[in-house]
Write a protein that binds this ligand. Structure first.
Ligand SMILES: Cc1cc2nc3c(=O)[nH]c(=O)nc-3n(C[C@H](O)[C@H](O)[C@H](O)COP(=O)(O)OP(=O)(O)OC[C@H]3O[C@@H](n4cnc5c(N)ncnc54)[C@H](O)[C@@H]3O)c2cc1C
Length: 525
């Protein structure tokens, strides 16, 4: 093989495709299985995979001080397409200034003007064109069809509170409320695997091995020459004549590097791992969006939920989906939202809302009888920084994940302001008129009470990044010039873990952008 790519997720799918298109032989190792299941293909399916181990690593964090000692939850895709096969399919890119920040931190080549062409190259936007969008890339992006009327109620309630409608969060301005565009097509999920891998699955130059868990990287001195992996009950090896590209995601990548002897020397020695290269930043700099959800019961079966009438409707909806690929099961559920500022003087929104036409509680691990809606609010640029560290030298053992959610006072202060903005919108007509019960503690106004409520109920909104960050400082793991791992030959990292800071938005499109840019770097373009 010329290249071995580890992880068939958002970034790994892109890189594999671009290398195959360039005539290379690629072995793609994916720990999960195929993505044929209805739960992957039907957009609504993620409501089932989210709380379970189906196609999902379903990690837990270490106890979080900022969450009153609770363990957080960290779902991640373990299937062809990775997290793009279990995510909520929302297509946003973050704010232009986030990328200019990356460049200002010493990452030459990663400013907004330099990454925009890669977003556009990936994008096949069905609704928007012009200078901000691509319309002939592999990734199908569209506005929702048959969206719930409750999205309009949400917009009206937001307008009353001076939050205007924004038709395109990825256009000239990010601020406002509006419908999210989604990575869907013909009523089905459009994962990175669907966009980039499906056409080449039978290509003679591609060797895709699913259910192949990479255990460690193989070295000759400081040159990475292959990968050891576990497959069908045995340990096997694959050699890379040119390079290994690690795309195992924000938890999988630092875990694999550390297991292979690349990471903080003291940590590796503690677990009896021979140090190949002492790189203190591996596993550090974990950043994630802390998120609080408000949920409400409402008097209509138009919203998702459990009821006798609702079950009868569900059966009709299954049939509708099977025959027409439309209706409830074609919905991504989190169809609208917004990017808002806690202070008008800020240069960019610091909060994101996700409006959900169903009751979302505890990552769907807690169910409620009845129908309703929910609204997430999250802090877009958290100051809290955590880590990922191996728990032992056993590659099958989950790493210790510490996102340090709400550890920093600034994050809590921002989320308290976010809670108030969220509550103002939720308590405004016409949304408020449909509410029959406010779940959890309603209408808190005292900051101390709000803080306690947030610490008791907040968690991630699924955007961990930064654990093998690019940069030029001593904690950087890869070079911004080529994403090569410092001190090692023949090894690159390209996935969400290379982000130096968390961007203000959902992270799938930015990771696909990273995959596109990394491909050009590998191919010397
Ligand atoms: C529930 C959920 C909802 C989300 N919603 C959205 C959304 O609506 N919009 C959005 O933009 N973003 C969303 N995200 C985030 C987004 O999907 C991720 O940021 C993005 O997919 C990360 O891409 P990646 O390539 O870094 O990692 P992944 O896509 O997770 O890919 C990593 C791959 O590596 C594999 N792997 C890991 N370890 C090994 C190993 N040792 N050996 C072999 N293979 C391995 C994994 O199985 C996986 O397939 C969501 C994520 C989740 C989990």
């Amino acid at each position: 093989m010329d290249y071995v790519v580890i992880g068939a997720g958002s970034a790994g799918s892109v890189i594999t495709r671009r290398l195959i298109d360039a005539g290379h032989r690629v072995c793609l190792l994916e720990a999960g299985g195929d993505d044929n299941s209805f739960l992957v293909q039907a957009p609504m399916g993620y409501a089932v995979t989210l709380p379970t181990k189906i196609n999902n690593w379903a990690f837990e964090t270490v106890p979080q001080v900022g969450l009153n000692g609770r363990r957080g939850y960290q779902p991640r895709g373990k299937v062809l397409g990775g997290s793009s096969s279990i995510n909520a399919m929302i297509y946003t890119r973050g704010h232009a200034a986030d990328y200019d920040d990356w460049a200002a931190f010493g990452n030459a080549g990663w400013s907004w003007q330099e990454v925009l062409p890669y977003f556009k190259r990936a994008e096949n936007n069905q609704n928007f064109g012009g200078s901000m969008h691509g319309q002939d890339g592999p990734l199908h992006v569209e506005s929702p069809k048959n969206a719930s009327p409750f999205n309009d109620y949400f917009f009206e309630a937001a307008a009353i509170n001076q939050h205007p409608l924004n038709p395109d969060f990825n256009g000239e301005s990010q601020e406002g409320v509006g419908m999210y565009q989604t990575t869907t097509k013909d009523g089905q999920r459009f994962s990175a695997a669907k966009g980039y891998l499906y056409d080449i699955l039978k290509h003679p130059n591609l060797k895709l091995i699913t259910k192949a868990h990479s255990r460690k990287l193989l070295f000759e001195g400081k040159k990475c020459v292959g990968v050891e992996y576990h497959h069908q009950g045995t340990v096997k090896e694959v050699k890379a004549e040119l390079e290994v590209i690690c795309c195992a995601g924000a938890f999988g990548t630092p875990q694999l590097l550390q297991l292979s002897g690349i990471g903080p020397a003291a940590l590796l020695q503690k677990h009896g791992i021979e140090v190949v290269h002492d790189l203190p930043g591996v596993g550090q700099n974990l950043q994630d969006h802390p998120d609080y959800i408000a949920a409400y019961k409402a008097n209509t079966t138009d919203l998702m939920g459990y009821s006798i009438k609702g079950f009868a409707k569900m059966i009709r909806e299954v049939w509708r989906y099977k025959t027409k690929k439309s209706g409830l099961f074609a919905s991504t559920v989190a169809e609208s939202g917004g990017f808002l500022k806690t202070d008008p003087a800020l240069d960019r929104p610091d909060l994101q809302l996700h409006f959900v036409s169903g009751i979302a509680d505890n990552h769907n691990r807690t169910s409620h009888w009845g129908h309703g809606f929910s609204c997430h609010v999250c802090v877009l640029r958290p100051q809290s920084v955590g880590s990922v560290e191996i728990a032992s030298s056993d590659p099958m053992q989950a790493p210790l994940i510490d996102p340090a959610l709400l550890a920093h006072d600034d994050d809590m202060a921002t989320l308290i302001k976010g809670y108030k903005i969220q509550q103002q919108i939720m308590q405004s007509p016409p949304l408020a008129q449909h509410v029959t019960e406010v779940l959890y503690k309603p209408h808190l106004s005292n900051d101390g009470d709000i803080e306690e409520e947030i610490r008791n109920r907040a968690d991630t909104v699924y955007h961990p990044v930064g654990t093998a960050k690019m940069g030029t400082d001593t904690m950087a793991v890869v070079s911004p010039k080529d994403l090569c791992v410092y001190g090692i030959e023949g090894l690159r990292v390209a996935d969400a873990s290379i982000m130096p800071t968390l961007i203000g938005g959902n992270t799938n499109a930015p990771t696909i952008m990273i995959g596109e840019k990394a491909s050009d770097m590998i191919l010397g373009k």
